[in-house]
Design a protein around this ligand. Structure first.
Ligand code: SF4
Ligand code: SF4
Length: 170
């Protein structure tokens, strides 16, 4: 049986919606508890098209519903990047179990170029199987790159912000 959002609504808090001038991490003014979106028929395309990973995955049980987990996840870059968007009111939510162990397991694919990025407001943490690289506060429009580099004969994870790359026009 397919999942439904129920009373979740976390994307209406955690995501920035440009069309509404809604910043990330603040509840949308159209969201009403228990009733959901107050402008459902006319909601912007960004809202209409968004499906979080919990909703889309049969492998994530109810504990992962974003209003319970206090973070939502979605993929981009053709599935090569997983964003974990954490409720700034509960910044440590992703480190709790059963979440953290599973997130680390998902990061195993980093060796294939997969990128797993935890976003807490403007803070970015890139998760690797044996290390979490905390980049601190970043300009979200600047490009984040990560992967593995050879160092003294071993593969070492890295993550950095290319701050000299001009922000993309919106
Ligand atoms: S975060 Fe996911 S489950 Fe929650 S309302 Fe948005 S799409 Fe639905
Ligand atoms: S317009 Fe509706 S769907 Fe979009 S963020 Fe606001 S409450 Fe959520």
């Amino acid at each position: 049986m397919g999942k439904s959002c129920g009373e979740c609504g976390m994307c209406c808090k955690l995501l920035a919606i440009q069309a509404l001038d809604k910043p990330a991490g603040a509840w949308c003014g159209h969201f009403k508890r228990a009733a959901g979106c107050g402008v459902y028929a006319d909601r912007p395309p960004a809202c209409r098209g968004f499906i979080c990973l919990w909703l889309d995955s049969e492998k994530l049980d109810d504990a992962w519903r974003p209003d319970r987990a206090k973070f939502l996840m979605y993929t981009e870059k053709d599935g090569q990047r997983l964003n974990v968007i954490v409720d700034p009111a509960q910044p440590g939510a992703w480190k709790r179990e059963p979440y953290y162990r599973r997130i680390k397991a998902m990061s195993q694919r980093a060796v294939e170029g997969y990128e797993l990025v935890v976003c807490i407001g403007d803070r970015r943490i890139v998760v690797f199987p044996h290390e979490d690289v905390d980049l601190g506060l970043v300009n979200p429009e600047h490009k984040l790159v990560s992967g593995y580099a050879q160092k003294n004969g071993t593969m070492v994870p890295y993550a950095m912000i290319l701050s000299d790359v001009a922000p993309q026009a919106s």
